[in-house]
Write a protein that binds this ligand. Structure first.
Ligand code: WQD
Length: 334
């Protein structure tokens, strides 16, 4: 299995995974419509890896487009990242989220089954565990999501599992990401959300840059180490390498893996680590809880360790350093 189609390959996790794939010797076809990413990222992937790849500017909800990609390229496996991912926006635009995230999964799975492409890796999320009690284990029953974004992950997992059950030989890996942050060590690629960030680390780096005045810490009355929310932050390059490990192990049926570190870090612990590593003060104020947030989320990581031989190895300090390097690098170029 040498030729991998990466949908959303110019996005945050997709670009880092494309780097990991190219460095592991895979041939890569990237499909992206730049709806939440930039063409310049593709140049940076080339610069980092010194390797070329095929690029298709493509909306993978469109059947004719998907057909063309499969007609024009040799594809042995698909890693499907392309999708909308803003929780709050999904509540306001449910139809856009259900349409985009589900139709793309269906069209890509259909193209694979029709052409005998046997390997499908799906970008899922710890959000499928809802407010189960951490650590989250792959065997836990899934909870109905509290927002349409989360629901698209639950439903996509189901669509792909049912497809695998009906098509022996079609392998699916459902990778449940915890909270990816950090950036490639080069500082050339990273997370660049449009507008004001929703997620914690991109918000912190904007405050560090002086573009936003202060961080709002959403609640300090949770039952956690310091009252602020606890999450399992994972370096995006560790996550990227987890995809390569999952691809190497594909071999029939459905496999589900948590990709996290197994360690929880509170909001204030992350802020403190960022300040220490980068020598920049992050002003913050405590505000009420954000609707829909849970207190604590972290992974049980044994399954990925034992079956994939993969383990996240980068520290929270590495994540803080690399996130800032990328953001500061943008400033330097501008
Ligand atoms: C982390 C912690 C907040 C912002 C979400 C999605 C999930 C996945 C990743 C991906 C929480 C606190 C945050 C801020 C804060 N989706 N926080 N001030 O909510 O764990 O996960 O993103 O595509 O599906 O739900 O991540 O980074 O938003 O929040 O205090 O300005 O930081 O309350 O405790 P979350 P997050």
């Amino acid at each position: 299995m040498n030729n991998i189609l990466v949908t959303g390959g110019a996005g945050f996790i997709g670009s880092h995974t494309s780097v990991a794939l190219l460095e592991a010797g895979y041939s890569v076809v990237i499909a992206d419509d730049f709806s939440n990413s930039k063409p310049q990222t593709l140049e940076h992937i080339k610069e980092i890896t010194g390797r070329g790849f095929v690029f298709c500017e493509a909306d993978v909800t469109d059947r004719a487009t998907v057909t063309r990609i499969f007609d024009e390229n040799k594809i042995d496996g698909v890693i499907h990242f392309a999708g909308y991912k803003a929780v709050g926006e999904s509540v306001e635009r449910p139809l856009a989220y259900y349409y985009n995230n589900l139709v793309s999964t269906i069209e890509l799975a259909k193209a694979c089954v029709m052409r005998g492409v046997k390997n499908f890796v799906f970008s899922s999320s710890a959000t499928v565990y809802g407010d189960n009690k951490a650590p989250f284990v792959e065997t836990m029953p899934l909870m109905p999501a509290t927002n349409p974004y989360g629901e698209t992950k639950v439903i996509s997992e189901k669509i792909l599992s049912d497809t695998a059950a009906a098509n022996p030989g079609f392998s699916v890996a459902l990778l449940r990401y915890f909270n990816p942050i950090g950036a490639h060590e080069s500082g050339l690629i990273g997370e660049a959300p449009n507008g004001i960030p929703n997620n914690l680390m991109p918000y912190i780096t904007k405050v560090a840059k002086g573009e936003l005045k202060e961080l709002r810490v959403f609640g300090d009355d949770y039952d956690t180490v310091d009252g602020t929310g606890v999450r399992d932050y994972i370096h995006v390059m560790d996550l990227a390498e987890g995809h390569v490990a999952a691809l190497k192990k594909m071999g029939g049926g459905v496999s589900v893996y948590n990709l996290g570190t197994g360690r929880g870090t509170s909001v204030l612990e992350l802020v403190t680590a960022f300040e220490r590593v980068n020598g920049i003060k992050i002003p913050y104020k405590i505000t009420p809880r954000r609707a829909g947030d849970i207190a604590t989320c972290y992974a049980e990581t044994k399954k990925a360790e034992q079956e994939l031989g993969w383990k996240a190895r980068r520290s929270v300090e590495d994540m803080c350093r690399d996130s800032w390097r990328f953001e500061a690098g943008i400033k330097k170029d501008a």
